[in-house]
Design a protein around this ligand. Structure first.
Ligand SMILES: Cc1cc2nc3c(=O)[nH]c(=O)nc-3n(C[C@H](O)[C@H](O)[C@H](O)COP(=O)(O)OP(=O)(O)OC[C@H]3O[C@@H](n4cnc5c(N)ncnc54)[C@H](O)[C@@H]3O)c2cc1C
Length: 394
């Protein structure tokens, strides 16, 4: 039975609380992000003031229960925050994805009481920034081929390795990283660790030359003989792969929800421009080729939104949603890249200039097709599930 057919189906109407969250985040984006975003992007500047503002508004702990310093909001509200923030810039939504989706929500699920007190509470309050280090120079989609190691030495572990393409590595206080505790055991040999920037042996470096998210942060983490107590291991030894996959179910949701913001930003810019720009004596919006692109954006937004709401509904119910979240992430990020591409096309040569927002949207919309599962990985997951080769929801 499809989730939409089961009892207590999805309610598409927002509650007063959800509307309030959406409106206050939209105001934040209009006030704090949009006025200066072109300048920040062009100068490759991460504005820590915007991060602090997001923290003050409680965004960095939105779905974390109040007892751990969060807002206790539901997943529809979390999705609305991601959408409104990405309408401003994808770089700031990326912070929500790594800090909240990949790190804090995973800590909430797998953390001990002490780990939650020490790491989750300051993260949910926005006092500390957290990131997620899974990818390595030789291991992206193929997580089990990672080379970082965590050697047990009494009641401690010694970590060595390199993490690559880690969003917010350069400014994070806390790191959730994965390393092999048993090299021979494949994906069952991976364990997860909570690290502090202050630990000796940790270094980070920003990746400067990249296609997009210039107003955000992407970097590398170098681990050389980093010693951590066993109390910093998240979950059991060998549970790292399972923990990483749980984290991705959360992170992918925030990526999918954020993509809605890019589609809206692209659509708003395209509609405005199509009504202003005239060729051959009439606004370009009157031409069917241009209308085709606007219609595709509308379709992309509405279908993506339904998939995001379906995933949010399952998350609110606390049931496994790997299949639905993967579908939402794949579809919404493809639609958002297409929307940005078409918005740029509608702007003609002006779309190629930083004078208009669409070239930034276009560059920023490319990375989500790569991270948290490439488009090909999501297609493979969906096909293998449909073919009966694997069961995504367990
Ligand atoms: C801006 C940005 C931010 C990022 N942030 C983070 C972060 O915060 N934390 C983190 O851990 N990682 C992060 N990543 C890394 C990202 O998750 C990886 O790049 C991604 O998992 C893909 O891995 P890869 O780049 O090694 O590509 P590969 O896995 O080497 O894939 C290369 C190509 O082969 C295809 N391919 C691979 N395997 C298969 C298969 N089985 N079937 C079909 N096709 C296949 C892929 O789809 C892709 O087209 C970030 C990446 C970017 C660009």
């Amino acid at each position: 039975m499809s989730p939409t057919q089961s009892q207590g189906g999805i309610n598409l109407e927002l509650t007063p609380e959800q509307k309030m969250v959406r409106d206050s985040t939209a105001e934040f984006t209009d006030r704090e992000i949009l006025p200066g975003i072109t300048e920040l992007d062009q100068s490759h500047t991460l504005d820590m003031g915007i991060l602090r503002g997001m923290a003050e508004q409680g965004m960095l702990g939105a779905p974390i229960p109040e007892e751990y310093g969060g807002q206790g909001l539901d997943f529809v509200s979390t999705a609305l925050i991601c959408e409104e923030i990405e309408r401003g810039d994808g770089g700031f939504r990326t912070l929500l994805s790594v800090h909240l989706g990949l790190n804090s929500l995973t800590l909430l699920e797998f953390g001990s009481k002490e780990q939650k007190r020490k790491y989750l509470v300051p993260q949910a309050r926005g006092e500390k920034i957290a990131c997620f280090g899974l990818t390595e120079p030789n291991a992206g989609s193929d997580v089990a081929s990672m080379e970082s190691t965590a050697r047990r030495d009494g009641d401690r572990y010694v970590l060595n390795g390199q993490k690559e393409w880690i969003s917010y590595a350069g400014v994070a206080d806390h790191f959730l990283v994965f390393a092999k505790t048993d090299k021979a055991a494949g994906h069952r040999g991976i364990s997860a660790f909570l690290l502090d920037r202050s630990m000796p042996g940790i270094e980070t470096r920003d990746i400067e030359r990249k296609l997009g998210v210039w107003a955000g942060s992407t970097g590398e983490i170098f681990l050389s003989d980093v010693e951590v107590g066993a109390e910093n291991r998240l979950g059991e030894e060998g549970e790292g792969f399972k923990i990483a996959m749980y984290a991705l179910d959360m992170g992918r949701f925030t990526v999918a929800a954020g993509a809605l913001g890019t589609i809206r930003a692209a659509m708003d810019a395209a509609v405005k421009y199509a009504n202003q720009r005239a060729t051959f004596g009439q606004p370009i919006g009157r031409y069917q080729f241009v209308q085709d692109m606007i219609a595709e954006m509308v379709r992309g937004y509405e279908t993506s939104r339904l998939l995001v709401l379906q995933a949010a509904w399952l998350k609110n119910k606390g049931v496994r949603n790997t299949r639905e979240t993967s579908l939402a992430k794949w579809h919404a990020t493809e639609c958002s890249f297409q929307a940005a591409h078409m918005a740029l096309q509608i702007h003609g040569a002006y779309g190629y200039s930083a004078e208009y927002p669409v070239e930034r949207l276009f560059r920023n919309a490319r990375a989500p097709l790569l991270y948290e599962g490439t488009t090909e990985i999501h297609k493979m997951m969906q096909a293998e599930h449909a073919l009966g080769y694997r069961r995504l929801n367990g």
